[in-house]
Write a protein that binds this ligand. Structure first.
Ligand SMILES: Nc1ncnc2c1ncn2[C@@H]1O[C@H](COP(=O)(O)OP(=O)(O)OP(=O)(O)O)[C@@H](O)[C@H]1O
Length: 242
């Protein structure tokens, strides 16, 4: 169980409040579509949850561990088990899909292996397994610079999974993709949530969120204004997205 209470965050020289009072409870296996008008703080919320940005205040507990006040262990847990997929998958275009996925294992790999570039066969098999799981086994040896946007997103997801991600925070994972690739990425994420208990919070367009997410959050004025499961947004709730 992930519990966030009273998360607040101000940004910039003027310290403009972006997140005022965010609170939620989230279970494993949920796929949350994060919605809100431009500038409503969606990316800021993901960055705070990934601990890329410092919280001004708030409580953050994951499976009973106090992440912010509980010492170093909580932060290590988030860095190990939570993956932040930035906009336009951050991959090395000159390396193969396989190598890019293997980079996800660096955190668990001894320094000498990283320096010598030696890969354990277990790591290699693990990376190939994940590429297969997301349907990219046949592209494993292609440089990611030659892959389509959708395929690059898949590599980024495989890298997160190989890293042992239990939670993926995805900042516009389907932006710029054609409708078919976007749907295919969403289907993959939904399947992973259902089958392996992965939890995903993703900034995605409303129509995909309504089709694939198990829960919708609408951010407005620094709060989760609407938290909706099992139904589409009403026209009044949609109005907050404009
Ligand atoms: N580094 C920064 N310095 C100053 N202001 C910032 C910074 N980063 C974000 N902001 C401001 O914080 C607010 C929230 O930004 P954020 O990127 O979280 O919104 P968003 O909902 O993800 O927007 P979009 O949908 O347009 O990507 C915006 O008004 C933005 O201009």
């Amino acid at each position: 169980m992930i519990i966030v209470e009273h998360l607040a965050k101000s940004i910039g020289p003027e310290q403009t409040p972006v997140l005022r009072d965010i609170g939620f409870r989230m279970e494993s296996g949920e796929l949350i579509g994060l919605l809100g008008a431009s500038g409503s703080g969606k990316t800021t919320l993901l960055r705070c949850l990934a601990l890329r940005d410092k919280w001004d205040k708030g409580n953050f507990r994951v499976d009973g561990t106090d992440i912010l006040q509980g010492g170093f262990g909580g932060r290590v847990k988030i860095r190990r088990e939570w993956a932040f997929l930035e906009q336009n998958a951050q991959l090395n275009p000159t390396r193969t899909a396989l190598k890019n996925v293997l980079i996800g294992q660096a955190a668990q790999t001894p320094l000498w292996r990283r320096l010598t570039g030696m890969v354990r066969s277990d790591d290699y098999m693990g990376a190939m397994d994940e590429l297969e799981r997301i349907g990219l086994l046949d592209k494993a040896k292609m440089k990611t610079g030659q892959l389509s946007g959708g395929e690059r997103q898949r590599v980024a997801i495989a890298r997160a999974l190989v890293h042992g991600a239990k939670v993926i925070l995805a900042d516009e994972p389907v932006t710029g993709l054609d409708p078919k690739s976007a749907q295919s990425i969403m289907e993959t994420l939904r399947e992973l949530c259902k089958e392996s208990g992965l939890t995903v919070v993703a900034i995605i367009p409303l129509e995909l969120a309504e089709r694939y997410a198990t829960r919708l959050w609408v951010l407005d004025n620094g709060r989760i204004r609407h938290d909706v499961s099992g139904r589409r947004l009403t026209s009044q709730e949609r109005a907050g997205l404009l």
